[in-house]
Design a protein. Structure first.
Ligand code: ADP
Ligand code: MG
Length: 384
């Protein structure tokens, strides 16, 4: 810009197009107008505003690029357990084999006592008593399957059919609706517990809102059984449901969906450590923060603090709003500057107009960027 201004000051007088002082004045106007402050300040400020506004609502966004990617959401993938049905699963059925109900719950609660999985928490809550940690030996959490633990010297398994099959335990197949946790002690089947996932009506509303905001496909990837997943998928009106998946299967399905998408982005929403690989692979990974496991939060780009799925459409709306503000600022700054530059070259613009095109436009762009902070309640405080 400095070179252009210098050329403007030197060449026209050489070709007898006017006096040197006149062209020096025009060159100075050119220099003032061409200062890029408005763009340099307003672009990051819009992002800061968007990120700040989101964090007020409990949506933590790690960077400006994530906000931009979020605004182009095309495919949205959800994990089931811990993400779609809201928290506080309930233990609804206890079916022991060769033992008392209370014994089965105690065994399950002890095995699950170190897990942060929502299923584990619901079992411990249902047990409701202090757990004697001295009775528990090794505990191993097997993602997508369950828990293997040593309790009172016995090898206890608590998990789904897949876990039972892995240890060759003949389990009782049941058609109960909900997540089934089979228990085995020293290789002998001990019964099962049924955990019900209740879906709050606002989750359905939030998913419908996402569709209205331009999300073309909603998908559920889950490690749970097909029957339970299909029921939830149908209730929520999801486009695709894939069940019985291990963490690696989730990545494979996400890759396939990557290939299917057109120009938009792929967003993954999950809570568990088995979601971490896909959270990292997705264009934007969103973790349920309040109860989500550390690995998921670490791998995610966005964290929802309240585990409220209703925050998702708010996050998308906010990202779109921020990008719109950004575009307004760029177009406004560039067009005012281009106009004043042309007027300046032809000697029509004076220095005051040049100062307006620089500082004035910067101030207006910053004021506009501040709208992304969402002090205006109309955008974020819509209730679902
Ligand atoms: P989702 O993919 O739906 O979030 P997860 O991958 O967390 O589900 O778990 C898949 C399945 O693995 C669960 O439906 C459950 O059957 C079993 N599972 C995982 N963790 C546990 C656990 N701590 N106790 C019992 N079962 C578990
Ligand atoms: Mg989960």
């Amino acid at each position: 810009m400095l070179i252009s201004a210098l050329l403007l000051a030197v060449f026209p007088p050489l070709f007898h197009l006017g006096g040197f002082s006149e062209w020096l004045h025009r060159a100075l106007i050119f220099l003032v107008v061409s200062c890029p402050c408005a763009l340099v300040l307003s672009v990051p400020l819009s992002f800061f505003g968007g990120i700040g506004g989101a964090s007020r609502k409990g949506i933590l966004i790690k960077g400006g690029n994530d906000l931009e990617t979020l605004s182009k959401a095309e495919i949205m993938i959800f994990d089931k357990t811990g993400t779609l049905p809201q928290r506080r699963f309930l233990l609804t059925e206890v079916c022991p084999e060769n033992m008392e109900k209370s014994q089965l719950i105690e065994l399950a609660a002890m095995a699950e006592s170190y897990s942060h999985h929502p299923i584990a928490e619901s079992i411990c809550r249902a047990f409701g008593k202090e757990i004697d940690q001295s009775r528990i030996g090794d505990i191993q959490e097997i993602p997508g399957k369950g828990i293997a633990a040593t309790i009172d010297g016995k090898h206890i398994l608590a998990g789904n059919q897949r876990l039972m099959e892995e240890y060759r335990i003949s389990y009782h197949a049941t058609s109960a609706i909900g997540t089934i946790v089979h228990i085995a002690a020293d290789g002998v089947y001990a019964g099962y517990l049924v955990i019900s996932d209740r879906i709050k009506p606002e989750v359905k509303e939030a998913l419908a809102e996402l569709k209205r905001l331009g999300v073309k496909k909603t998908v559920m990837l889950s490690g749970d059984t097909p029957a339970t997943c299909r029921a939830i998928g149908k209730e929520l009106g999801l486009d695709l449901v894939f069940a019985g998946l291990l963490p690696t299967d989730k990545v494979a399905h996400a890759e396939e969906l990557f290939r299917q998408k057109s120009r938009g982005t792929l967003i993954y929403v999950g809570d568990g450590m088995n979601d971490a690989p896909v959270l990292a692979r997705a264009d934007v990974g969103i973790a349920m923060g309040a109860m989500g496991q550390d690995a998921a939060i670490e791998a995610a780009d966005v964290v929802l603090m309240d585990d409220k799925l209703t925050l998702l459409p708010q996050a998308i709306r906010l990202s779109k709003k921020t990008m719109a503000i950004l575009r307004q600022n760029i177009i406004f700054a560039l067009s005012v500057k281009a106009l004043v530059l042309i007027l300046g070259v032809f000697g029509i613009a004076n220095m005051w107009l040049a100062v307006f095109a620089d500082v004035g436009v910067t101030v207006l762009a910053i004021l506009n960027a501040m709208r992304a902070l969402q002090k205006n309640p109309e955008i974020l405080s819509r209730t679902y």
